[in-house]
Design a protein. Sequence first.
Lengths: 539, 545
Amino acid sequence: MTTLANLAQLHSRSSPPRRVLVAATLSTTLGGLAQLMLMASLGYLLAWSAARPTLGVIAGILTLVELLAFFRAPLRYLDRLRSHAVAFAALRSWRLWLFRRLIPLSPGGLGTTKTGDVLATAMSDVDGLGDLYIKVLLPILGSIVPFGLGVALIGWVNVWAAVIVVVVCITGLAFIWTSTSRGAQLMADVASAQGQRAGVLLDALQGAATLTAANGWDRPLKQSAALEQRVKELSRARELQLSLRMSVVAVLSATVMLAALFAVGSPSSHLDPRLFIALLTMTVALSELVGAAATALGGLDGVLASWSRLQTLAGLEPATRSGDLGLQPGPLELQAQSIALAYRGALAPAFCDLSFSLKRGTHTVITGPSGSGKTSVLVGLLGLWPLTSGQVFVNNVDLVDLDHHELRGAVGTHLAQSTLFSGTVRSNLEMTGASEEQMSETLEAVGLRPGHEFLNRVLFEQGRGLSGGEQLRVSVVRALLGGKSAVFIDEPVAQLDETSAGLVMLAISQFAQGRTIVTVSHERLGHVGDSEVRLSSLR
Amino acid sequence: MSASGSALRPGPLDRRLVAMAKRPRLAYVVALLSCLVQLATQVGIAMALAHAFSQLLASGALGEQTSLLIEVALLFGLSLLAQVVMVRALGQVSRQAMETLNNEVLSQFSNGVEPSRERAGGLAIALTSGLTPLEGYFSKYLPALVQAVLTPLVLLTVVLVLDPLAALLLAIGLAALPLITARVARRANASAAKQWRALYALSARYSELLHGLTTLRLFNATSRAEREVDEATTSYTNATMAALRLAFQSSLAAEFTTGVSVGLTAMVIGFQLMAGTVSAASAFTILLVAAEIYAPLRRTSSEFHNAASGRAAAETLLQLIDQEREAPLHSITFDQTAKTVTMVKAAVGLPGEATTLPLSARLSAGEVLVIVGDSGTGKSTLLGALATSLGAAATLVSQRVDVFSATVAENLVLDGRAVSADELEAACQATGFSAVIEQLSHGQETLIGDGGVSLSAGELRKLALTRALLSKRPIVLLDEPTANLDAASVAHLNAALPVALSQSIVIMTAHGRDTVLAPTFTHDLGGVVGGTVDGVLRGNIGGAE
């Protein structure tokens, strides 16, 4: 019963407030009961009025029916509102949970999964989970009591009719239940094709200008069209399955109605014909109820599909695990002993057999030709990716045992893959916790305009809105702010003119005074730095 | 997402959306027929049941029931079949429509409309799952709309024949229902648009944060990002709940109207039964079909709400389809035959600033214009504008190298032209990219970009230069081609690029005076934005050299 186990896990993780869940179940149940009673009263009224046309009785019963109708509509309103509130509460926690699981996967831990695919999972698959409450759980929970009552009433007239109803319903529901795993597979395939399409599209959209200029839209468009074709084929298969299911549901509801007819018509019953008719009309509602419950059960496969996609993503193992030893306050000292690092799936290591030490209050320059793994050294030192061999000691504690969160808190970093976020320059610098004066001061030091105007500059995704050189400098400033014990800066001047480059290097040495500084550069700029670690090309 | 101008007109039927389904006629005819069959079976079942009821009331027991059972079962089966046929026919229509919409949007991009400042994550979601609710627009809303017209007509006629007074009452309720729901529907559209905007913003933010996860980890800023995700999710949830509340209110109102109307009808029939002016069989038939008269109209309203967010997503995409290509600057022209580029005071606005950089020049093959200036003086903006204006005549190597999730070879030749192995090899040699390829696990077939091997900044620069050489375009625009490159690589380029680009018109930027190509002309943008405003070059217009 993996399906049940999955559902239990899903429910326990989303843990919607019990009070809300109970309230939602209650109003669904009441809605179903009201519907049954409404139909029964309607039938009774008609039979009565036909047999004994007394004005008072008719008026009384009509009022009752009207009241039920009025009662039922707001109940349904509340029930729908409640079930959605339950679902959305769960969705919110799901989206956050997924985001938290994704954080340690960067960089590189996502393997071959494309960002757009992850995005599609975070958006539509998470949304799909909400159906667990809206479309599946609450409708089924809410129909149990009304169904029981309806069957009991039929059984009161004719036990065999009730038995038939129950047996047919169980068979039909069992059929739907057994077909959920195939349905879930189909829907997961559709979602996966859609996710891959989102991956292709996002990738293309982010380089839209380049593609347009190079006439390069053909390839992503063809890929997207092929995936769309796949979605189409899968949807067709899914539709066939749904048609089959719809037929089963319809046969179920029809059988319930016919069984009731059978009960009424059987010669063994000696009930008042008015009650017969009341029961008969009630079975219309009952068969609707059964149909709705069956449809609800059919909604399970969508939920299971979403859950399987989410599990796949959340099941990815982060590349590194942080230790739990704290970091002593004060300046950082690092010793690297013949360290090497290789990325997942790469043939050659990014760098290997590297030993150096970073002393407090010194500026070390890591140099080497393009592709020699300079950036990867910083990645390894910060615990973003595990070392394949060798050891790093930070203040004499092995990096493996160290709390990486604390380590990164002590280091101001600019990496090649560092990005600015949409918002303002200020909102990008705020994550360092620095004051506005400090921001302005540092911005001015690297040759950017200080003051409110620049801090309020609006940035678009990935820092668009500033020139390349400005983005780089803002990112460097972000690394310098916040009074960190160490500063690691990757290629601080690669895209800058000489004046700006000079200013940036000066700013680094000025602001990082007394701290441990590492800069990475493809060439040593003049005599910057106290010592040099030189990498040779490995690739 | 621009809020100005609505691509869809309000109303029950969006002609533009419906027109997206290209070959729908057969499917529509089939759907319409199925709808009629369903109607007929409904009336049949109601009449059969009513007959049985009245018989039961008259005699106290059912007579021969086998034929009744068979009749009801057959009608039910027929109705079911019609339903299945309709779902399948309309499923095809909806898929066709979504495909058309997708293709039109995507072909806009290949036609040169840039999703400027459109946030990529939001757009990717709009093109995939954002449109999913729109499926219901075709497969559920449209048939409900047709049924909402047909069903009341047919069923009211049946009732009219049986009892005119009941028909009148039902007709009044029927007229009131759209009046009530239309008011809500208007507000619902605005609400769904708001909901969609929230989803769009959430997707864009989520995608941006995914891209910046490493940065967030470096600054221990993940809790802040979590808060942002939470806030965006909350505002999406609130917007969705607001839209749903409206939808539910609309069905609440519809249910009340239906309830009152059916109740009144029942009462009137009751009195008539009492007075003996209507037969029991007729009375039952009317009661059984009464609720059905309203059902399609109510379904129309609820399906309208269900599809509303998909409709809002489609509206975003339609606006993109309506967006026109940015007009090229007429002051920049390329003469195909003479192979010369002419710029007459090409003025470019910087984002967020009103400053313009006028520049005039005439360049022919083999000439190199170098634009120098400090960081932030607008060099890249100028090159970007030149690239847009020159279109397919030019290729641009920008500072930010876009690499796509594909093989190295596919990334080198983005337009998928057949490029001979020699040509590829020569270009890779010239830029020094061949050394990079050699060290990749699968050579040219290695997957790079999102989900593949990541290249360093210097390696990306070489890839972009190779891409430019392979494009064989007459004009090559280079934005700081040697940034991020080590001395050996720069030396290699110094030797190889002048040969490789000897027949091209090159416009490049540099922040120093050291450039990989010997400049024919130099234009200094100076150290201050717009500093040398009057930078008219040697090689002026009109051949005044």
